[in-house]
Design a protein around this ligand. Structure first.
Ligand SMILES: [Zn+2]
Length: 147
């Protein structure tokens, strides 16, 4: 059985040290919520937050998530800009109420009970319409199209 090293102040752990710019031996000086909080570098004597010697640290994972969120929000900002552009000058009160059996055409303004106002950007034969809503494009079913 593998025994986990107990986290206790005074124990030694490997941590990244910014002064040494390396993973060095550190002594634990503070614990928070059962996790190592502060360590003292045994090489340079510097006291700092514990930086685990692992490729996927919580901080790195968080950075990754934040980056993905930034990309996603940039994408949605682009969709919103396009959406606002398409809706400019439109009268929402004249929007057609969406129904699966009605027939729509490109550029129609649509009012969907769930997604709200949208613009039909494309008609897809034989019975689908691509609609741009504020949150993005959706393919909806409509009455059979004829051209
Ligand atoms: Zn150091």
């Amino acid at each position: 059985m593998k025994s986990e090293k107990k986290i206790e102040a005074g124990n030694e752990v490997n941590s990244r040290c910014l002064k040494c710019k390396d993973v060095t031996n550190h002594t634990i000086v503070a614990i928070a919520d059962g996790k190592i909080a502060k360590v003292v570098c045994n090489v340079c004597g510097g006291r700092h937050n514990y930086r685990p010697d692992k490729p996927q640290t919580a901080a790195a994972a968080k950075r990754k998530t934040t980056r993905a969120a930034t990309i996603a929000s940039a994408k949605s900002a682009k969709i919103e800009a396009q959406y606002d552009d398409l809706l400019t000058g439109r009268d929402p009160s004249k929007a057609l109420v969406y129904s699966m059996t009605d027939i729509f055409k490109e550029d129609d303004l649509l009012n969907h009970p769930v997604f709200g106002l949208g613009i039909i950007t494309e008609t897809v034969m034989p019975n689908k319409i691509e609609v741009l809503f504020r949150e993005g494009s959706r393919l909806l079913v409509c009455g059979r199209l004829c051209r």
